[in-house]
Design a protein around this ligand. Structure first.
Ligand SMILES: Cc1cc2nc3c(=O)[nH]c(=O)nc-3n(C[C@H](O)[C@H](O)[C@H](O)COP(=O)(O)OP(=O)(O)OC[C@H]3O[C@@H](n4cnc5c(N)ncnc54)[C@H](O)[C@@H]3O)c2cc1C
Length: 418
């Protein structure tokens, strides 16, 4: 049994803890908040969406970013103020454009594999997270965007995902509450939705039953390694204390870049801000007027999830403005307007806004693997798909940790026997 520290109690940290504990390791999770899943894993779009696996590293993203730069309600907003972090990130983003196809296919493969783990863990641990397996419908208002989606569909099929084109009549059959005129849609029956916060809490409880220690309200201030393992320093309000482990896995979301720098690694995660609203469906008319099938509106870049009977989540927008969690009324307004246009029967008097920072790598691929030191591992940088991918990357990193620590044991044994 090896002692492993995990930095961060979001979806990636908790799934990693669970996967490692199931393999029999002694795991300690450090989380600065009082509870797990209080940052980006709090109120996201809810989609478990292999159909949203297309990476953004495409010239069309750059063109849109430039076009929308001065529009305050733009779905993608790049603030012009320069910083070394932002510039280096965009340089790497552009450098990854040639790998758009390969990375999209790889992401869809991961997303499909992730479902298996997530559903089996939820069933084994009896976790209620408002899971809804009714598919995801992508909606398009014009021919050009529908035709681009048809190309993406071929790419998704290479990764093993089936989704089919649907005409406006069939779109209405799939989701009768949707109002408006559409050119067409693509429907992925195998996709689903659920509440990331509820799931993370449920899985954390299951991990605790397996012996995982959750050290909440512990602000990690420094990470260090040497020949004897990894050392975690925390400020718990009474001063700084340092604890040692055989290994550390960094799952710290947008803070992962800073921790990686302390460990001599480069993990160029950028905080890409997004917003969500949770509409409380207080009356029967609102509940009947809200969709149960999940939607993705490619033009406005909004996604939806129906969480139980009485909550409707709408999320989206991407803003490049550094570490900023402010909830701005002019960014929330377009989400409410969209609900009123597409679902006019929903009463929007009770709306809870939220903003979170997606931990995004410039190539849009999560960083899953070893660091420079043999005692350091990363499972982070899942960007817009952390909920979708977390279960499979947790399983992957647990395998990598085991293999590497096992190798350490073998080397030590050989040295002892020599
Ligand atoms: C608006 C929006 C909509 C989204 N919609 C979807 C969707 O529909 N489907 C999907 O798959 N994904 C979606 N995502 C992405 C997904 O939510 C994220 O990828 C995922 O939540 C990231 O999880 P994480 O564990 O990497 O980060 P986090 O959840 O942020 O966890 C990192 C943890 O590390 C802790 N931490 C940081 N620093 C320290 C420190 N010094 N000491 C101790 N602890 C520390 C933090 O407190 C935090 O709890 C969306 C994101 C946003 C913003």
């Amino acid at each position: 049994m090896r002692s492993i520290a995990i930095i961060g109690g979001g979806i990636t940290g908790v799934t990693t803890a669970y996967a490692l504990a199931r393999r029999g390791h002694a795991v300690t999770v450090f989380e600065k908040h009082r509870y797990v899943a209080m940052e980006t894993s709090f109120a996201n779009g809810g989609q478990l969406s292999a159909s949203n696996a297309e990476v953004w590293t495409h010239w069309s993203t750059i063109v849109k970013g430039l076009k929308w730069m001065l529009r305050r309600d733009a779905p993608l907003l790049v603030h012009p103020s320069p910083s070394w972090h932002k510039l280096s990130w965009f340089a790497e983003f552009i450098g990854s454009i040639p790998h758009y196809r390969r990375n999209t296919v790889e992401t869809v493969r991961l997303a499909i594999a992730a479902r298996e783990h997530l559903f089996s863990w939820a069933a084994a641990e009896n976790i209620d997270f408002d899971l809804r397996k009714q598919g995801i419908l992508h909606i398009y208002r014009d021919r050009k965007s529908f035709e681009h989606a048809a190309e993406v569909t071929r790419l998704l099929a290479e990764g093993g995902l089936q989704r089919r084109g649907v005409a406006p009549d069939e779109m209405r059959e799939i989701e009768p509450t949707l109002a408006g005129n559409y050119y067409g849609g693509f429907y992925t029956e195998s996709d689903s939705t659920g509440d990331i916060h509820k799931f993370t809490h449920g899985l954390a409880a299951a991990a605790a039953r397996l012996g995982v220690v959750f050290r909440c309200q512990q602000n990690v201030t420094a990470l260090r390694t040497d020949g004897h393992g990894a050392h975690v320093s925390v400020d718990n309000g009474r001063g700084v204390e340092t604890e040692s482990f055989n290994a550390v896995v960094v799952c710290a979301g947008t803070a992962s870049r800073r921790f990686a720098a302390m460990l001599g690694d480069r993990v160029n995660v950028y905080p890409v801000k997004g917003y969500s609203i949770t509409v409380n469906l207080l009356d029967w008319t609102s509940q009947r007027s809200a969709p149960t099938v999940s939607l993705l509106d490619d033009e406005t870049k909004l996604v939806t999830s129906r969480l139980g009977m009485d909550r409707f989540r709408v999320a989206g927008t991407a803003e490049f403005k550094g570490f900023n969690n402010d909830i701005r009324a002019d960014r929330v307004r377009p989400l409410i307007d969209w609900v009123q246009q597409c679902f006019p029967g929903i009463d929007t008097r009770s709306v809870v806004p939220w903003a979170g920072l997606r931990p995004m790598m410039p190539n849009m691929m999560p960083r899953v693997g070893r660091g420079r030191s043999p005692a350091v591992f990363y499972n982070t940088g899942h960007g817009h798909l952390g909920w979708t991918l977390s279960a499979v990357t947790a399983d992957m990193i647990a395998g990598v940790v085991e293999e590497n620590l096992g190798r350490g044991d073998r080397v030590a044994l050989q040295a002892a026997n020599a």
